[in-house]
Design a protein around this ligand. Structure first.
Ligand code: TNX
Length: 757
């Protein structure tokens, strides 16, 4: 489609409105009226910036660096009683609190605590950016402070390595959104990324893997043959830590133990149970080879932690603790002996014993450990904080035990999940976590009482990088979901709601553009909402923003040419066809192209019954899904598919009237990797009265296999037979044969549409 140029209505609105309050992300706690109309400070009139506190020199420096990154003329550092920003550190303020006050003579005062002045400057940047674009914009008067103290983003640099320059850009993104914690996932099965002087092989060997798995080719495994390597020297780390400090970001380093350790064990196999030789994993998942629990291993890890603690001033040191297979420990004489000596009843308690030793060590150095919620199993170490990722349960349990908690539940905070229509999004681990969902997150569980709630420090999002190999892709996954999470954590209960946020975000995108951020454009995607009316499919096109245009095509329909969508004029599909639609705002920010097949047939919206209901796991929308005009795609990613296993369903469609039936298209799936097989037999019978059925077709496994083709479709001719009821008896595949994924389990049959014509 051709791009068209339009001035966004929002921009027009601001130009017309003149002096207008700005939008800031995350939204400030409160904006107050100025005492005097004369106190309106115009952004465009600000020329100078000054402070009499030398402690703020670093904040000023970062501010001017950001200004120049944005391509703005510098605001000159100079004492001035007019047209100036005055920075004042005030001990009466809480650390992260600030006020932006508009004074007479075109002076803005930013007054705040230890970190607050910096946050005021971060707000000021957004105000200035808008001031450059809009006429006579006024500086808002703000009182601002965060709701939560842990406002974090995580980055996995093990599965894929990202250079320190990118890590710094990532930290900038955090700081710009007043996030204060960067969780740096430095080690895992697939790569060790931090130099440890005492154990040089950790990086010599552990930071190199010979290749990576291609997409999701686990079975059979396919590798790409491309080596991946990289690590940060201690000098690099010191540089990044300093950089983060200047942006008021604390870095929490993570050294994974006792699991996710294969890269380390490749370098030092003596700390495994088997002492075998290993290589850093080339595929994703969890290695069964974990650290042994003997004393030598604990000392090895303490040595590593010594160097880590010397590099990172963080109060919290993350020691991993997630996903620890117990296979090796169960057969390791040393581990079993440890269990006997210390009266540990199972391997969970052994893990807990292991973590408790590390906890004691780190505590003795004046720091605290934080670990993934598995560290609760077998008993929580005395001073440990818990990062709750498998839902919120771990966090709730830890808070009840009076331990600090950081929430990062998968459903809201896993930014390795997809954020839009899966057909358009880059390859991802799966899941669906759109920005609206992130924005709706409430980090403090309602089940906790007031005292327990105090242990919820905040939340963070995790960017695991199994399927993310480039820095652009990291940015795409992180932003703009990061903006939503930042507001959840900063604004807390005063968060103004999705509509308000998305409108501010639209303006905020222009700010992000100044920093060359490769944010996801999924929020600009068109959604097609279908309604079935009199055997036709009526489609409304919806977008989050309405300032731009939607262009569409109905291929195979009545209007194949490119059209401009008019609101309140839904599209009517009388025949099956393909819909393409895209949203445009000016020359940029258009979303992805929507492409959907629309099936029009006699069974649309008709009553469908089945002797066996689909499995509760695969029954979203229920049986009506089989006649909703939407066919599912392979692989089974969408909720379009209904699934059966173990029992053979008999499905009946009541078409409402008797008519001549020409053809039945069954949309089904073959995906042996996921235990999904074609039906082994299909019997079709027809009836005019719903009582007496006449068998029409019986397809064997071979006929089904041969007839099944593109678009996951199997067509069965109905020979122009007159009927009102159609019955379909499906025979599921028997238990999965030996050597296939899921051997011995019941096979699945999946259906997404039954199109009768
Ligand atoms: C689980 S979250 C993991 C990571 C994976 C992630 C993928 C956690 C503590 N462990 O090792 O990368 O899932 O989403």
């Amino acid at each position: 489609m051709k791009k068209v140029l339009v001035l966004s209505a929002l921009q027009l609105f601001f130009m017309a409105a003149g002096l207008q309050a700005q939008t800031i992300v995350p939204n400030p706690q409160s904006q107050s009226e100025k005492e005097n109309k004369t106190d309106d400070v115009k952004v465009s009139d600000l020329q100078f910036i000054s402070t009499n506190n030398p402690g703020l020199a670093s904040d000023l420096k970062v501010f001017s660096e950001f200004m120049s990154k944005m391509g703005f003329p510098a605001i000159i550092q100079k004492e001035s009683a007019t047209h100036a920003i005055h920075l004042i550190k005030d001990d009466a303020y809480r650390d992260e609190e600030y006020r932006m006050l508009c004074k007479a003579n075109q002076v803005v005062e930013i007054r705040g605590g230890k970190d607050g002045v910096f946050y005021g400057l971060m707000s000021m940047l957004q105000v200035i950016e808008q001031g450059q674009r809009q006429v006579a914009l006024a500086v808002p008067q703000l009182h601002d402070f965060p709701a939560y103290s842990w406002r974090g983003m995580h980055l996995d640099v093990s599965r894929h390595f990202f250079p320190k320059e990118f890590v710094m850009k990532y930290i900038d993104l955090l700081a710009m959104h007043k996030m204060n914690t960067f969780h740096w996932h430095l080690t895992d099965d697939q790569g060790w990324r931090i130099e440890i002087k005492k154990y040089p092989k950790l990086t010599e060997i552990g930071s190199k893997r010979k290749e990576s798995i291609v997409e999701k080719n686990f079975d059979p495994y396919i590798g790409d043959g491309m080596p991946v390597e990289g690590f940060y020297t201690q000098d690099d780390i010191r540089e990044v830590v300093k950089y983060a400090q200047s942006r008021h970001v604390n870095i929490v380093p993570e050294i994974e133990m006792p699991g996710h350790a294969q890269a380390a064990l490749s370098a030092y196999p003596e700390y495994s149970c088997t002492k075998n030789t290993f290589e850093p994993l080339t595929k994703w998942g969890v290695s069964n080879d974990v650290y042994c629990t003997d004393e030598a291993t604990i000392h090895f890890l303490e040595d590593i932690l010594d160097e880590v603690m010397a590099l990172f001033p963080s109060k919290y040191i993350h020691i991993g603790g997630d996903e620890v297979p117990k296979d090796r420990w169960k057969v390791c004489p040393v581990c079993q002996q440890t269990m006997k000596t210390h009266h540990l009843k199972d391997e969970n308690e052994l893990q807990s014993y292991f973590v408790k030793q590390i906890d004691a060590y780190v505590t003795s150095k004046g720091r605290n450990i934080i670990g993934w919620d598995e560290i609760l199993e077998g008993g929580l170490a005395q001073n440990a904080a818990v990062m709750s990722w498998r839902g919120e349960e771990g966090g709730i349990a830890a808070a009840k035990q009076k331990h600090n908690v950081v929430m990062t539940p998968g459903d809201y905070c896993y930014f390795d999940h997809c954020q839009g229509n899966k057909n358009n999004e880059p390859l991802s681990i799966g899941g669906y976590t759109p920005i609206q969902k992130v924005y709706s997150y409430q980090p403090t569980p309602a089940v906790l009482n007031a005292d327990e709630k105090k242990y919820i420090l905040g939340a963070q999002a995790n960017v695991w990088t199994e399927y993310i190999a480039t820095t652009d892709h990291v940015e795409y996954m992180a932003v703009p979901r990061l903006c939503a999470l930042a507001e959840v954590l900063w604004s807390g209960d005063s968060k103004p709601g999705w509509t308000d946020f998305k409108n501010r975000l639209r303006i905020h995108f222009d700010y992000l553009d100044k920093f060359n951020v490769h944010y996801a454009n999924s929020i600009f995607d068109v959604t097609a909402v279908r309604k079935i009316v009199d055997n036709k499919v009526v489609v409304t096109l919806e977008t989050e923003y309405e300032n731009g245009l939607i262009q569409y095509q109905m291929l195979g329909g009545d209007q194949p040419q490119l059209q401009l969508y008019k609101k309140d004029h839904p599209l009517v599909f009388k025949h099956s066809g393909k819909l393409r639609a895209e949203y445009y705002e000016g020359t940029k920010d258009s979303g992805h192209m929507l492409e959907e097949e629309i099936l029009v047939h006699k069974a649309l919206g008709k009553t469908i019954t089945s002797t066996i209901e689909p499995s509760t796991y695969y029954n979203e929308g229920g049986l009506p899904k089989l006649a909703d005009s939407k066919a599912g795609h392979a692989p089974r990613l969408s909720s379009e598919w209904l699934g059966w296993s173990g029992k053979n369903p008999e499905i009946t469609i009541d078409l409402g009237d008797v008519s001549k039936l020409n053809n039945l298209d069954i949309y089904t799936l073959k995906e042996e990797m996921n235990w999904i097989y074609l039906p082994q037999q299909i019997d079709v019978s027809l009836s005019t009265d719903g009582i007496n059925y006449k068998p029409l077709k019986s397809l064997t496994a071979k006929e089904i296999e041969e007839g099944y083709g593109v678009d996951n479709k199997l067509s069965i001719p109905l020979d122009n037979t007159k009927a009102r009821y159609l019955k379909l008896a499906l025979t599921c595949a028997p238990k999965i044969e030996k050597g296939k994924p899921g051997e011995g389990e019941e096979a699945w049959v999946f259906l997404s549409e039954l199109a009768v014509n």
